[in-house]
Design a protein around this ligand. Sequence first.
Ligand code: SF4
Length: 337
Amino acid sequence: MSLRSSPERSDRKKELLRDDGPDLQDFISGELSEKNKWAEYKGTLKRQKGERLRLPPWLKTEIPIGKNYNRLKNTLRDLNLHTVCEEARCPNIGECWGGGEYATATATIMLMGDTCTRGCRFCSVKTARQPPPLDPDEPYNTAKAIAAWGLDYVVLTSVDRDDIADGGAEHFAKTVTNLKERNPQILVECLTPDFRGDLAAVEKIALSGLDVYAHNVETVRELQRHVRDPRANFDQSLSVLKHAKKVKPTVLTKTSIMLGLGETDQQIISTMTGLREAEVDCLTLGQYMQPTKRHLKVEEYVTPERFAHWEKVGSDMGFTYTASGPLVRSSYKAGEK
Ligand code: SF4
């Protein structure tokens, strides 16, 4: 059955579209309409050996940090919760090495601490074999805090916790259940780890009452080994997304790809085809940004026009929505388009 033509799916989409939360534009003061200037940009966009690319103008936007941001940050600190900057999965939200030049659009809460058991080469989250134990109060505290903010859409994500038997799936699911109990209206997206392919863990979260099940493949199939921790791979990630859909067909599934890591057009197309075959509903494509000098270099700055091209390709392929742009981050919420 085509996902696009399903009445259930279109109701779901309408429901999401009704969501009148802030959109990306609310967070970006830079004028995206300065396109004409960008077209004249003469800087190098593809990296040559030994070279480091300069940031092109379409990525130089300012993030207004308002009082809501401060209020949010204070509650998080009080409750010992973590936010994550989707720029580079970096917990130093708004304090990035690039001087806060880019946008972080959605309230994204990172569960299970700030230390990951994996070490992907694009991600600046702290790594340890044995991170501190889970805080058993976190599901309750998180639900309480989010309900108090009055948000209507939230993304819950986490580091990978390969040190815990179920990878933290129960902890994740409890957070969603608590949150939905307090606020049944809130739309919840969970951006989960791959749980080493443990489908029982995926199922626990998919059935927890969430609205969007997100798991990122991060890059094209061919670059998985180069970009992600060796314990991750494309097929394992695909199995997570497929299983979430299988056990809860009304849930929207979502994934993200970073561009600018050296992938070819053909590789992007076949990755998108694979995702569609796995019935993934939503796709985001954004520019990879190097978080620190120790991380993978940007191989290419993809132009806004090229991102628009991929958005069209995604729509033509039948994704319920495709969000594609230099500043689009994986937490870009389903329902903004
Ligand atoms: S699994 Fe990789 S991308 Fe995810 S938090 Fe850990 S190091 Fe970062």
